[in-house]
Design a protein around this ligand. Structure first.
Ligand SMILES: Cc1cc2nc3c(=O)[nH]c(=O)nc-3n(C[C@H](O)[C@H](O)[C@H](O)COP(=O)(O)OP(=O)(O)OC[C@H]3O[C@@H](n4cnc5c(N)ncnc54)[C@H](O)[C@@H]3O)c2cc1C
Length: 384
């Protein structure tokens, strides 16, 4: 994909980025949101616009051709884009959080030069290939294998449910040297599509987040040079889990955007003259929305402050995903029969919302992360 230069002066804070994203979403995304859902495709013009607005370089320093911006700016943009179309928000979230961010964090200067610059300029879309047909939540049980030889690595295996992979200009692929080694066998690799033996196989049709491409990837004796290894050999799971931790803050803000869109729809269905139960649902939904918003903001703040944000990320993701489903579901109830008609916004929002409890660590996995942190083995229990 060829992107033009970034348009105009860049915002300097989260408020400025939010305004830029709001304007873009209203102008370019909202009008095609139903089309994206129906065609299961984000138009190239929208992807080009995302690059030209500088959204695809967020969080990457300008020295690497990024557009800077802290996590608060990133979540503001993802929220606004997702409010218009969850598929567009998730495209950007995956590109930034689980592809560009780990290349920035773990890449050598040579890898940043070759791979991060084009990602940050929006010339390449990034993807993250961890999940396999037999390894989702249990990330340590990967079956995709790699072997070393004199020139580099050879990868074999299948990945599934990989977002952005059709258009991706770069995929981070996780593979193990020996499944018997568990998490210690896993390494991370940078794989540019077009590499021999690497193919995007079946495209998966989905209930929601339609337009966000989800595909299988097949790696048949993919030969990679030594410089393709991202980070230290055997520490790939650290790369993956670090990326997913940041990714959860991003996905939480996408879920928040969907919850806001569903709430806006709900407001259209309820009036002051309506029955008390309807007004109660509206009030409850508003309170839930405020809670989710505060948790996403907190996770972004703690991340920006450089502290440990593992719990904040899990809480924000768990709650924002749940609230999105609740509000979107109540919105369909309040809209009456027209809410379930194909092509109704309330119906699309419910289908989109339903995917958030699954992606980037299911709700149950967030609960496991939190339980482990709240109940550390062998230490006094004082979670507060
Ligand atoms: C739209 C979409 C986009 C995605 N994009 C990507 C992507 O870009 N890259 C990528 O690598 N992956 C991606 N995924 C995969 C996603 O991360 C996995 O689906 C998710 O991690 C769950 O894995 P699984 O599907 O194998 O389910 P499983 O791990 O088999 O889980 C099935 C159910 O069991 C529960 N469960 C599992 N283990 C436990 C446990 N120990 N305790 C309690 N409950 C448990 C889970 O919560 C879930 O409800 C995507 C998925 C979707 C739906």
């Amino acid at each position: 994909m060829l992107a033009g230069p970034v348009r105009g002066a860049l915002p300097t804070d989260a408020r400025g980025w939010r305004g830029r994203a709001q304007a873009f979403a209203t102008r370019e995304v909202g009008p095609v949101a139903q089309q994206i859902d129906r065609d299961d495709r984000v138009p190239d013009t929208v992807v080009r616009g995302l690059a030209e607005e500088g959204f695809l370089g967020l969080g990457v320093p300008t020295e690497w051709d990024g557009t800077g911006g802290d996590t608060r700016s990133v979540v503001a943009v993802l929220e606004e884009l997702s409010r218009a179309s969850a598929a567009v928000g998730v495209l950007v979230a995956v590109h930034l959080s689980v592809c560009a961010a780990p290349v920035l964090q773990w890449g050598t200067d040579d890898q940043r030069e070759r791979f991060l610059r084009p990602l940050a300029r929006g010339e390449r879309i990034g993807a993250f290939g961890l999940t396999e047909p037999g390894a989702g939540s249990d990330t340590a049980s990967l079956a995709t294998r790699y072997q070393k030889d004199d020139t580099g690595f050879i990868l074999r295996g299948t990945k599934t449910f990989i977002s952005n992979a059709v258009s991706a200009g770069l995929v981070l692929v996780f593979a193990t040297s020996d499944p018997g080694l568990g998490h210690k066998g896993i390494s991370a690799f940078i794989v540019p599509p077009g590499t021999d033996g690497f193919s995007v196989a079946q495209r998966l049709d989905k209930l929601g987040l339609r337009g966000s491409e989800t595909t299988e990837l097949v790696l048949t004796d993919v030969r990679l040079p030594r410089e393709s290894l991202l980070g230290v050999e055997g520490e790939g799971l650290r790369v993956a889990l670090g990326a997913l931790q940041g990714g959860r803050v991003g996905i939480a803000s996408c879920a928040l955007g969907v919850a806001e869109a569903a709430f806006a729809e709900m407001l259209r269905s309820v009036s002051a003259e309506d029955a008390e139960w309807k007004r109660s649902i509206l009030a409850r939904s508003f309170a839930d929305l405020c809670a989710a918003r505060a948790l996403v903001a907190r996770a972004a703040e703690v991340k920006d402050a450089g502290g440990s944000y593992v719990n904040d990320a899990s809480v924000a993701k768990l709650v924002a995903a749940r609230v999105a489903v609740q509000i979107a579901s109540a919105g369909v109830d309040l809209a009456g029969p027209s809410g379930v008609r194909s092509g109704a916004t309330a119906e699309r929002l419910l289908r989109d919302a339903r995917v958030f409890p699954i992606v980037e660590g299911t709700t149950e996995i967030q609960e496991l992360i939190l339980a482990r942190s709240l109940l550390p083995a062998g230490t006094e229990r004082n979670p507060l």
